[in-house]
Design a protein around this ligand. Structure first.
Ligand SMILES: NC(=O)c1ccc[n+]([C@@H]2O[C@H](COP(=O)([O-])OP(=O)(O)OC[C@H]3O[C@@H](n4cnc5c(N)ncnc54)[C@H](OP(=O)(O)O)[C@@H]3O)[C@@H](O)[C@H]2O)c1
Length: 261
């Protein structure tokens, strides 16, 4: 019988994580690397991704930093080519890089802010998954993980562009799951709640605002980035070999068990 623990082993696997120079992406990359994967740390600045990769290597983990602005086609192609050059295969991609440049009413939303949000949050994951597809197929399968948000599962006034892009990721994953299951490529989505990172600063920096927000969270606090990593390890590994098209919410209970005050 298979030892269950071995199903989480990622030795020999290669994973690309976008937006991995900090926050949730860095924590997920570390989780995968600690389970044996060779990880490609990617974000816009070469210096930043190299610094994270060097930190991983100092801890005995395998990593390389390859810069990529995910909305730039040439940089996406370069990311995949350089990964293949270095490691010869791709088993997993975590589409984590995200942005939220506009908070405010829909009727005042600049078209450019909407376009930027969709380009980075939704179109880039689509294009990057397309680029990894033949490489995953060539090694007999793989795991695509999209980082959406609970904001992709409900409406919040002022968040329209972000929420649309994150909702799109759910349907992207489910369509990819429907089409790529035949190639043993699994596609799943993680929807975090409030996580303490740079991106979410506006939501937690103000003590009074945070206090109000926390009242609605059954677990009574926001998450730290490390608390998102276990799901990524699970979805990247054989431990989730029968899961595809799934939407995994990791939010302290806020979405499905809100505290009504
Ligand atoms: N924090 C939360 O509460 C929360 C909740 C739900 C979902 N999420 C989602 O989780 C993901 C990670 O967010 P986070 O909170 O960890 O944010 P973060 O700490 O601000 O990190 C964002 C990462 O993305 C990179 N990045 C930004 N724009 C990029 C681009 N155009 N191309 C490539 N990399 C880019 C950043 O590096 P550079 O600036 O160096 O490029 C950084 O590595 C996002 O998709 C976000 O929507 C976050």
């Amino acid at each position: 019988m298979t030892r269950i623990k071995s199903l989480f082993n990622l030795e020999g696997k290669v994973a690309i994580i976008t937006g991995a120079s900090k926050g949730i992406g860095e924590a997920m990359a570390r989780g995968l690397a600690e389970h044996g994967a060779s990880v490609v740390i990617s974000s816009r600045k070469q210096e930043a991704v190299e610094q994270v990769a060097e930190g991983f290597k100092a801890d005995g983990l395998e990593a390389i930093g390859i810069a990529c602005h995910v909305a730039q086609e040439a940089q996406r192609v370069n990311l995949i080519e350089k990964t293949i050059e270095k490691y010869g295969r791709i088993d997993c991609i975590i589409n984590n890089a995200g942005t939220n440049p506009y908070f405010g009413p829909i009727e005042q939303m600049p078209a450019a802010a909407y376009q930027k949000t969709m380009d980075i949050n939704l179109n880039a994951p689509m294009e990057l998954s397309k680029l990894t597809y033949p490489h995953m197929k060539a090694v007999g399968g793989g795991s695509v993980i999209h980082i959406s948000s609970i904001e992709g599962l409900h409406a919040t006034a002022g968040f329209a562009a972000y929420n649309l892009s994150k909702a799109g990721l759910v349907m992207l994953a489910q369509n990819q799951a429907a089409e790529w299951g035949k190639d043993n490529i699994r596609v799943n989505v993680i929807c975090p709640g409030l996580v303490k990172t740079k991106l979410s600063t506006a939501l937690w920096a103000d003590e009074e605002n945070l206090k109000k927000f926390k009242k609605n969270i059954p677990l009574g606090r926001m998450a730290m980035p490390d608390e998102m990593a276990g799901l990524a390890v699970f979805l990247a590994s054989e431990a989730s070999s029968y899961m595809t098209g799934s939407v995994l919410v990791n939010d302290g209970g806020i979405l499905h068990a809100p505290v009504l005050t």
